[in-house]
Ligand binder design. Sequence first.
Ligand code: COA
Length: 258
Amino acid sequence: MAYDNLLYSIEDGIAVITINRPDKLNALNRATLADIESAIEDAQANPGVSGILLTGSGEKAFAAGADISEFADFTPEQGMELSATGHDIFNEIENSEKPVIAAVNGFALGGGCELAMACHMRIASANARFGQPEVNLGLIPGYAGTQRLVQLVGKGKAIELLLTGDAIKADEAHRLGLVNHVVETVADLKPKAMEILKKIAGKGPIAVANCIALVNDFYDMEENGFENEVETFGALFQTPEFKEGTQAFLEKRAPKFR
Ligand code: COA
C-alpha cells in the first residue's frame, strides 16, 4: 500500500515505516498521523511481520512535532479532538502486539518526542534531540507527553523538561532512560533496530505480545498487572509455542516458533 506522507516497506519480516516530510522536518500533520495509524494496522494484520521500525526521513528530524501551521487557529473543541485522535493512534502503537522501535534520527520534539515515547523502545543517533517545547507556544503536550515522559524519566526531570521546553541531547536522554541505545550516526540506526527486532522475532510471539501487554498494565489504573500476570502465565501453558520452546530446550536444540 502506498502512503502520501510515509514510506512503508517490509524487510526481513520487519515493517519499516519512515515518516517522509523532510522539508517540514517530518512534522506530524493530520494526514501523516492517519498514514502512521494505517501503516501500523497493516503491519499488525500481516502475519509475515514480526516487528515494526519507525523512523523519519533525512538526517535532521525524526519528527519536529505536531504541524503548528495546521492548528494555529483552532477552537478548544478542535484542539480537544486533535489531542484525542493523537491519543488513540499513539495508544494503538503502545498496545501493539508486535514490538515497535523508534529509530530517532534527529529532532524528536513535541509530538515527535511523544510518538517516540509511545513506541516500546527508542534508539537514537548521536545527533538526536528530545524535548517538549509546547510551553513556548503557550500549549502543553497533547499526545500524552505529560504522562509518558513521567513514566520514562520520573517526575522531577519530566517537570523540568515540560516547564523549560529544553531539548536534551541523545546521551542525556540515554542517561535518563528515555532512550535504550545511542548509536554514532544516522546510518547506524537501522542496523541496530533491526538487530533487536530480529532477535525478538526468534522468540515466541504470543509470549512477546503478553510481555508488552503486562508491562502496559503497570501503567493502567484499571488493570491489576500482578493478577493479570498470574492468569497469563497459566494460560500460556496451553500454547503450541510453549510446548515447542520447552521441548526444544529439553532436546538441546533451538526452538522454531514461526
Ligand atoms: N510544524 C510545522 N512546520 C514545522 C515544524 C512544526 N512543528 N517544525 C518545523 N517545521 C517546518 C518549518 O516551518 C520550516 O518550513 P519552511 O521551510 O516552509 O519555512 C521547515 O520545517 C524547516 O524548519 P526550520 O525551522 O527552518 O529549521 P531549523 O533547523 O531552523 O529549526 C527546529 C529546527 C526543530 C528548532 C524548528 O523547526 C522548530 O522549533 N520547530 C518547532 C518545534 C516545536 O515547537 N514542536 C512542537 C509543536 S507542538
